[in-house]
Design a protein around this ligand. Structure first.
Ligand SMILES: Cc1cc2nc3c(=O)[nH]c(=O)nc-3n(C[C@H](O)[C@H](O)[C@H](O)COP(=O)(O)O)c2cc1C
Length: 190
């Protein structure tokens, strides 16, 4: 029997995006963002509450990075969603992770995450009480450990995690089960 659950952001999975920015004096900050995703061939959108340090940093530096959290760093990833750079200036330092400046945008690349999108800010606009940030992905850097023999990212090697807003769980991404634009092709016939 189907039951009504009311209005929920019931998409699953939601991503666990690690948004890296610079604040004053090039202080590195990283924030956990699940309300975000790819919204064009080279665009990414983030929904940020107006008080986030990350938002102020993005507006000041016109750039950010977005890394995919992996299972090995779930503790740090969750910490980035609990602590705020507004009240904890050494938020990133406390994580024990390391950062280097992106070669392409004015934002840090966190070295321990397997894949990072380097983004140029395109627009920030108020959207239903939250701030919608859209950036252009100008480059992707990936650890060679997650690449296949042709140099493409092998999603199975990312050990990426996803977020479940129903019960606030983090899940690991499972096995590949089929090929896209192919698994349904048989139904095209006849
Ligand atoms: C799993 C998870 C997902 C989150 N997703 C978002 C989000 O999409 N947008 C948002 O504004 N805050 C989100 N948060 C809360 C921020 O990460 C949190 O307020 C953080 O302290 C902000 O950091 P900052 O102020 O240093 O930028 C999320 C937190 C967690 C744990």
């Amino acid at each position: 029997m189907l039951k009504d659950l009311g209005s929920l952001p019931a998409g699953f999975p939601m991503p666990v995006l690690m948004v890296g920015t610079y604040g004053d004096n090039d202080t590195v900050n990283v924030m956990n963002v699940a309300w975000g995703g790819i919204c064009g061939m080279d665009k990414i959108a983030l929904n940020l509450a107006p008080d986030r340090k990350t938002l102020a940093n993005i507006q000041a530096r016109k750039a950010f990075t977005v890394a995919l959290a992996d299972a090995a760093h779930i503790k740090e990833a969750d910490f980035f969603g609990i602590a705020t750079g507004n009240k904890m200036p050494d938020k990133f330092a406390r994580s024990g992770l390391t950062a280097k400046k992106s070669a392409n945008v004015d934002a840090p690349v966190i070295q321990e995450f397997p894949l990072t999108m380097e983004c140029r800010l395109e627009e920030v606009r108020e959207c239903f009480g939250e701030m919608r940030v859209v950036g252009t992905i100008v480059n992707v850097v990936a650890d060679e450990k997650v690449l296949d023999e042709k140099g493409k990212v092998d999603a199975g090697k990312l050990n990426a995690v996803m977020f479940d807003q129903f019960r606030n769980g983090y899940y690991s991404v499972g096995e590949k089960i089929a090929q896209a634009w192919n698994a349904g092709a048989a139904l095209m016939k006849g």
